[in-house]
Every structure is written in structure tokens, then in C-alpha cells.
Design a protein around this ligand. Structure first.
Ligand code: GAL
Length: 766
């Protein structure tokens, strides 16, 4: 056991004071926000004050030498190792980091612990210099008990270590999720100790795990705070929540502990009819999401995640797969509130290697504890409807894989029998032949559309899930001619971008249209999870060996959270009861006069007519027999002339784009937010004199913030940009970018942007 002695600054010590002795009367949790941090193998360096959640790597700088991997990626069909520069984001997340602060255990407590919602990674916790805990997997939540009898102030140190080639994407670095001090009496409800379930839409039952070292006699009661019902069910459309109150009383009736757990009444069934939520059949309109929040990095932030969820709901998405690791507990709270179903995933590999230094190093010793943590964190959340024990696990086509699948699924079901277990299977027919497909509660296929019918024959209940679909590449606002539908394995263009006509996709995947057709034509397919909802840091396929690409092209939304054209394609068939009409590309093409410039329209309408400067280009109708015309309206022979491009649907709706002139103004749009949000997002657009977006504007901007806010980050969605998010300057990409402000306190604040001879400012009222 290693020990470390550390010094402590007054600031960190002061922030650790917890208040009064009633911290022990009932279990209490206090966020440990103020810490000191330093990087490196030793602690005798310059410590800096930081607030946790904290991602030490997101400030940059981008550099291709960080975690440069020379590897052959099996999943990509590669046989020869190649240099992969931006694979894990080209940010400085590798290495060691230290966090320290004081923590005070109040007088008279019978219990004290630390709860880490996640720590990246290989966390070692030191209490007064002695190592008291180790947790290797950066994504799992864990609790560390403290010697409660030792009241007073203590030195707390956390050491983290990220090794090279341990991730296929940007994992972030440090105490990137909340850390809490839990204190209370000797007898009390354990952390994640309440497991509430709703067997029917009007009934609930709960198990409570009580710590009770002295085995004293206690009585545990639960009741629903809002009363006896009738209860309104939870669903993505109406996320009604209730509160279960748990009370623990001693033999004399004295209240020893009280805990509130938010939950919702909903039922989940998977059977021959498909997936049923609350007794009604529906298909998942889902997306896969990595945990990073774009320019915020891995640092957990509820406002930034809620923004993503609301954008997804705007396109009709109803579910998220937390690919490929366990979600933060706070993430589930947001999904409960907003109405977003969750497939909670755990691992990207088990015992066999995927990345040289991945979870395979820990699997044997840790999988049980990590799955236990997953189940405990998830099981009372109505949003979680399914677990996944893995993504494209290397041993899926072997008997070992089948045995592990069975053992892990059984273990998880022992923790929580109310939700089915799946995994994303990619090696077909191997995953069927090995028996894995037939073992899983729900058989999940990643891509491989040709194998859906085969999988159905093996799958329990004859139902199949598109656990991962699409992997279509695009860059917001980038269009190339001629428009070609193509599989793209490697670099295709010098500028490092992909076409926003949504026709380029990875060799192992397909077009969104192919998935949608399969979903519609096969009732036994229970839905899909598109790769991905938002662009993420790392994995810049098809430019994964091409510097300076450092983030993905798969997103329906870009890294800044701005919608790509594809957002309207999904919206056109996902968003029930709402109208969608979107035309692409933009219509500012100096030099393309007289050239063929195809036009696509994404709409729920079946038929529409297109006009260029008032001249009809003909009518198009959706055609079920055609791969690209089933869900899109396409005019492939339009000849470009400047002016107005307008589409009119058969039922009289119109959408238009106009040729833009030179940049003449900047516009700032403050995105809607909740009063509780501590981050605000401001969209910056470059406009011409008539108010049209200048679709190719790359204007270098500088930002200044005054009043009650701080500059946090900017992001333009360009996967090849090496401008650091945290610096108050950035170039617009295709005429837009997003500025993020830290607005934790009340009061007015002003954001100004200037550059290219233009300037603008906006005042945020609260
Ligand atoms: C899948 C994999 C994802 C991501 C994706 C890119 O095979 O599960 O993590 O790598 O490919 O298309």
C-alpha cells in the first residue's frame, strides 16, 4: 500500500467544511466541488484550483502526438497497422493526475463515505496518506467508505492514471463526474440502496438495502409522497415522475434515516409482438451517444446534456444507448425528467483485447463489481428500459463469448430482473453460430442488415434490435459534386470533410434510408440506435489516419450541437404529428452557374414541387421501390443559377434558400435554457445584408464576456479545427459556431463577438 503526505492550501481546506452536526442525523450527501489539481507522476508540482466535475485534457492543445496509435482496426476490416492520429481526440488525456482537498467528517457520525460517479481512470483514493480504494474502470460509479469515527478534517487525495492505447475514442481525464461526501448515522439507507419497481402502471414495490452494522432492530417503510394514486404513467411523451419516501425507524420509533427516490410508473415487455412500453408496441427511434459533451469534453454538465436530449427530442428521437459504457447517474436523472429511454451499456470489450490496454486488463477481476454498479445506479430510473453487456465484443463468435454472455446476463438479471439484457453483435454469422445471439434476452445487431433475417431465426422471441445503425458520414454545410452514393473506407478529400447530402457511409454500414426501410418492412425489428446522435471527440473515420481530423463525422448533430441536414431526414419520419420541410444544399455557388447541382428535400410530405427563381423543376413523389427516393425527394438535374430555391409541398407548405451576398452582419441567438442551467449556449451566424446565412463564411472571431458570466468554450463543428475550445476566439465553419458561457450566478451578462470587420453583442438577462 502506497502512502502520500500532502500539503493543503487554505482555500481547499475552507471549502471542505460541512456545516453542523445534523449532517449525521440522516444520510446527507454534499458535492465536493472545490479541489486542487496537478498533473504528472509526482505531487510536488504547481497545484491549481479546479472545480469538479473537471476534465483536465479538454483545454488542449490538440496535437497528433497525444495517443498516436499505430494499429490495424479489426472492426474496420484493416489487416496492416496504420498510424491513427486523432483516434482518441488528439487531446492530452494520457498521463497521471492528482486531485486533493480536505474533507471533514462531522462529529457524531456513524457513517461516512465518498461517492464517485466516475473517475477517469484507475483511481486510487488516499485518506490521510493511506490508500483506501482503487477503481480501475473510468466509467463505473463507486463508493469508498471512510472511518466515520475519525471526526474532523482529513486529507483526501485522488490519483488517476490514463495509459496509452486504452480507448477507441476520447475518454476525458480526471474527476470528470461529480464526487460526493456522504455522512449519516450508523443505521441508514445505503447509497443506491433503494430499488423501486412498477410491476403494473398503478402498483409499485421496493427493496431497501439498509446499513446496520450493529444489527439493531429497525422498521423500514416506503410511501409515495404524492399520495395513493391513480398514477400517471411515465413515457417519453409524458415523463411523469413520483417520489418514493423511505423511512428507517428504530425499535422506539425514532427516525434513523429518510431517503427520497424519484421514479416513474412504466412497464417494459419484450415478446413476440415486439417491444411494449406501458402495454403499447413501439419501436426505438434511438441514437448512440458517447459521453463527451463536445467542447465541454467529458466534464459532466446537466445543462449541456439536457440541451442534447432536447435537440434529440426535437427530431423525434425517444431513446439513447450510452455507448459503450455506463452512464453517469445524473445523466439518467435528466433522461427521467425529459422523457428519454435509455439502453444502459457497460463495456466495449471483455477479456479479449480490442485496444491494447483496454478493459481486458481488468475484466476477470472487475466485471462483477462493475455490472453491480451499473445495476444499482440504473434500476430505480424509469428511463432505463434495457441493459447492454457489451459492444462488438471480440469473443462474440466463440464459445467463450457465449459462456461469458450467459454468465454476465444472469448476473445482471440477478441484480435486476425487470429489464432485458442485450449486446451489440457485429460478427455475423459467427455471433449466431457461437450461440451468443440465442443467449441474449434481446438480440442486438450492429449494422449487417443482411443478417437480420438469419438472426431472427436464432433470437429469443423472434425479435431483433438494431443496436447500432447507419454510420453515415457528413460535415455540416459541406457539399461536393457530383453527388455520389458511396462506401468510403479512407480519406476522400483534401479538406477532411464529408458530404452533407448524406450519401457517404462506412464499409461496415449503410444509409439511414436502408435502416428505415428495414424497420418499416419487418415488424419483428424492435427499433434502431443510430450511430450517432452527436459528433464526438475521436474516431474521425474516414479520416482516422489523416491529420488534422480529430473528431467524428457520424453525428446527426455536429460537435457544436448544430443540426446537420440529416437531422431533418430523421425528423421527417421520427417526429410523429409534426411537420418537417427542409431543402438542401445551400444556394450560394459562385462559379457553379449552369452546372448541375442536385437538390434534396427532407419532409414528411409525400410529394412536392421545386422552383428555381420561380421556374418549376418538376414534381417529385416518394417511391417505395427506390433506395434513395423512399424517404427523400430528389431533383438530380437542377442547374444552378443564383437566386431563390423554393420547395412547395402538395399540401401547400413552403421552404426556401436564397443566394447570399458578402458577410455584412453577425447574429447571436441565445438558445433556450432552464433557469437552473449553469451553462448558456449562444449560436453565432454570419449573415449578408439581406439576412441570409453566408454558408461558406470562415470568419475569425474574438469573444468577450462581461457581467455575471464567464467565457467557457466555443465550437464550430469542424472536425479538422485545431483551435482550442477554451480560447475566446474561433473561426466560423460554414457560417456558424456556438459559444458556451458559464452562467452560474444571477445577474445580467453580455457576450460580444467581433472579427472580419463585423461586431455584435447580446445581453443575457438572467
Ligand atoms: C461500430 C462501433 C462504434 C463505432 C462505429 C463507427 O462498429 O461499435 O463504436 O466505432 O462502429 O462506425
Amino acid at each position: 500500500m502506497k502512502t502520500y503526505a500532502i500539503g493543503m492550501t487554505a482555500a481547499a481546506a475552507a471549502s471542505a467544511l460541512l456545516g453542523s452536526a445534523d449532517a449525521c442525523a440522516s444520510t446527507r450527501e454534499s458535492a465536493l466541488v472545490e479541489w486542487e489539481f496537478c498533473r504528472g507522476a509526482e505531487t510536488n508540482r504547481a497545484w491549481q484550483a479546479v472545480r469538479v466535475p473537471h476534465d483536465w485534457a479538454i483545454a488542449g492543445p490538440f496535437d497528433k502526438e497525444h495517443d498516436k496509435q499505430v494499429v490495424a482496426i479489426f472492426e474496420n476490416g484493416e489487416k496492416v497497422p496504420m498510424e491513427k492520429t486523432g483516434r482518441s481526440g488528439a487531446l492530452p488525456w494520457i498521463g497521471e493526475g492528482w486531485y486533493r482537498r480536505e474533507v471533514e467528517i462531522p462529529e457524531g457520525c456513524g457513517f461516512a463515505s465518498l461517492v464517485f460517479d466516475g473517475a477517469m481512470s484507475e483511481a486510487r483514493v488516499f485518506f490521510d496518506g493511506a490508500e483506501i480504494a482503487f477503481n480501475p474502470y473510468g466509467y463505473s460509479s463507486f463508493e469508498v467508505e471512510l472511518p466515520a469515527a475519525k471526526s474532523g478534517k482529513h486529507a483526501l487525495v485522488v490519483h488517476l492514471q490514463n495509459v496509452p492505447e486504452s480507448s477507441r475514442w476520447y475518454p476525458g481525464a480526471g474527476l470528470y463526474r461529480p464526487v460526493r461526501l456522504v455522512t449519516g448515522g450508523a443505521v441508514g439507507v445505503r447509497t443506491w440502496g433503494v430499488n423501486v419497481r412498477t410491476p403494473t402502471l398503478q402498483t409499485w414495490e421496493a427493496d431497501v438495502d439498509v446499513r446496520n452494522p450493529g444489527k439493531v432492530q429497525v422498521a423500514v417503510t416506503n410511501y409515495v409522497k404524492e399520495g395513493a394514486g391513480p398514477y400517471r404513467p411515465w413515457s417519453p411523451e409524458s415523463p411523469n415522475l413520483y417520489t418514493l419516501v423511505t423511512e428507517v425507524r428504530g425499535a422506539d420509533g425514532a427516525l434513523l434515516d429518510r431517503r427520497e427516490t424519484r421514479f416513474g410508473f412504466r412497464t417494459v415487455e419484450f415478446g413476440p409482438d415486439g417491444f411494449k412500453l406501458n402495454g403499447e408496441v413501439r419501436k426505438f427511434k434511438g441514437v448512440c451517444m458517447h459521453h463527451d459533451l463536445g467542447p465541454i469534453g467529458a466534464e459532466w454538465n446537466a445543462a449541456a446534456f439536457r440541451r442534447q436530449v432536447r435537440k434529440l427530442k426535437w427530431i423525434g428521437c425517444d431513446s439513447i444507448r450510452t455507448s459503450h459504457n455506463m452512464p453517469a447517474p445524473e445523466q439518467l436523472a435528466v433522461c427521467d425528467e425529459e422523457g428519454m429511454m435509455v439502453m444502459a451499456e457497460s463495456f466495449d470489450c471483455w477479456k479479449e483485447v480490442k485496444c491494447k490496454n483496454g478493459y481486458n486488463r481488468f475484466y476477470d477481476e472487475w466485471w462483477r463489481r462493475d455490472l453491480e454498479s451499473l445495476a444499482k445506479v440504473c434500476r430505480s430510473h424509469p428511463s432505463v428500459v434495457m441493459y447492454s453487456i457489451g459492444n462488438e465484443i471480440p469473443e462474440q463468435a466463440k464459445e467463450d463469448g457465449r459462456d461469458r454472455s450467459r454468465t454476465m446476463q444472469e448476473f445482471l438479471r440477478g441484480m435486476d430482473a425487470t429489464r432485458p439484457v442485450t449486446q451489440g453483435l457485429s460478427r455475423w454469422p459467427g455471433a449466431g453460430e457461437s450461440g451468443v445471439a440465442g443467449v441474449m434476452d434481446v438480440c442486438g445487431l450492429n449494422y449487417r442488415l443482411k443478417f437480420y433475417d438469419y438472426a431472427k431465426g436464432l433470437a429469443r422471441g423472434g425479435i431483433v434490435l438494431g443496436s447500432e445503425t447507419a454510420s453515415t458520414y457528413s460535415s455540416r454545410g459541406a457539399y461536393y459534386f457530383p453527388v455520389e452514393t458511396k462506401v468510403t473506407a479512407k480519406t476522400i478529400r483534401e479538406d477532411g470533410q464529408c458530404s452533407s447530402y448524406d450519401v457517404e457511409y462506412a464499409p461496415w454500414s449503410n444509409l439511414p434510408d436502408d435502416d428505415r426501410a428495414l424497420q418499416e418492412d419487418r415488424p419483428w425489428v424492435v427499433g434502431e440506435f443510430v450511430w450517432t446522435g452527436f459528433d464526438y471527440l475521436g474516431e474521425p473515420c474516414p479520416y482516422d489516419h489523416y491529420w488534422p481530423s480529430r473528431s467524428s463525422y457520424f453525428g446527426i448533430f455536429d460537435l457544436a450541437g448544430l443540426p446537420k441536414d440529416r437531422a431533418w431526414l430523421y425528423r421527417s419520419y421520427w417526429k410523429d404529428g409534426e411537420r418537417t420541410l427542409h431543402v438542401l444544399p445551400h444556394w450560394t455557388w459562385p462559379g457553379r452557374e449552369g452546372k448541375v447541382t442536385p437538390v434534396y428535400v427532407y419532409t414528411d410530405a409525400d410529394e412536392a414541387e421545386l422552383f428555381v427563381n420561380g421556374k418549376s423543376q418538376g414534381t417529385r413523389k416518394k417511391d417505395k421501390s427506390s433506395r434513395l427516393d423512399r424517404y427523400r425527394l430528389r431533383w438530380n438535374d437542377v442547374v444552378y443559377e443564383p437566386g431563390e430555391l423554393k420547395v412547395v409541398t402538395k399540401d401547400g407548405r413552403e421552404a426556401a434558400v436564397r443566394t447570399a451576398g458578402e458577410p455584412a452582419a453577425l447574429k447571436l441567438d441565445v438558445e433556450e435554457s432552464d433557469a437552473r442551467d449553469d451553462l448558456r449556449f449562444v449560436e453565432v451566424s454570419v449573415l449578408d445584408a439581406a439576412g441570409n446565412l453566408c454558408p461558406d463564411a470562415a470568419v475569425p472571431l474574438e469573444f468577450a464576456v462581461s457581467g455575471a458570466a464567464k467565457y467557457k468554450a466555443a465550437c464550430n463543428g469542424d472536425a479538422t479545427s485545431l483551435e482550442a475550445f477554451a480560447e475566446p476566439r474561433m473561426k466560423t465553419f460554414h457560417g456558424k459556431l456556438v459559444v458556451v458561457l458559464d452562467k452560474s450566478g444571477p445577474g445580467e451578462a453580455t457576450l460580444s463577438a467581433r472579427g472580419g470587420g463585423l461586431s455584435v453583442s447580446v445581453t443575457l438577462e438572467r
